[in-house]
Ligand binder design. Structure first.
Ligand SMILES: [Cu+2]
Ligand SMILES: [Zn+2]
Length: 201
């Protein structure tokens, strides 16, 4: 059917990626989290997905975080997640640079400072809104998401590191954000809403 061919979608807005028109005004991105290749012995091997969805041009960015591989401890440690500057995994997660900081401000005011997350039975599954964007020259597509060993002190640590990176410790895992079809978001968002209902929310 020619009507359903993607090339039928002709956008006059040259600032929008062609997928925005193809997927009814929404852009989707995905990032498949893997353990750092330079992960020290004894730290958890974290796997999962970071899925991003944003309506063009002014929608709020929605981010679904789905991770597993944390220890199943009774009093779980909080883990920080951020967007880092470089989509470069040539030295594992260590080559992703510092926090993505396009406005030159202190942590935790960076657009990709997602905050702290508490694993339940070794897993994290949540949806958040973010100040980051998939559009314009500030787009985070091609940059990295990093999950850390420790909790983010959110700038309240009283030292220089706190205002740079929140003293969140070593990098457990990372991935590079790339444009995706709507499929990963649709599938994982459905699983997320089923999980919410089972918890009685
Ligand atoms: Cu980080
Ligand atoms: Zn930050």
């Amino acid at each position: 059917n020619e009507l359903h061919h993607p090339s039928q979608c002709v956008s006059t807005d040259t600032a929008a990626p062609p997928e925005v028109c193809q997927y009814n005004g929404t852009l989707y991105a995905a990032c498949t989290m893997k353990p750092s290749t330079s992960l020290p012995e004894g730290l958890p091997n974290v796997y999962g997905q970071v899925l991003l969805k944003q309506d063009y041009p002014h929608g709020k960015l929605n981010v679904l975080l789905q991770f597993n591989g944390f220890p199943t401890e009774a009093d779980p440690e909080l883990r920080a997640v951020h967007i880092h500057q470089y989509g470069d995994l040539s030295q594992g997660c260590d080559s992703t640079g510092s926090h993505y900081n396009p406005h030159g401000v202190n942590h935790p005011k960076h657009p990709g400072d997602f905050g702290n997350f508490e694993p339940q039975q070794g897993k994290i599954l949540t949806v958040i809104e973010s100040e980051a964007t998939l559009f314009t020259e500030l787009s985070v597509i091609g940059r990295a998401v990093v999950v850390h060993e420790k909790m983010d002190d959110l700038g309240r640590g009283g030292d220089g590191g706190s205002l740079l990176h929140g003293n969140a410790g070593r990098r457990l895992g990372c991935c590079i954000i790339g444009i995706s079809s709507p499929e990963p978001w649709n599938m994982h968002y459905k699983l997320y809403t089923i999980g919410q209902r089972h918890r009685g929310w």
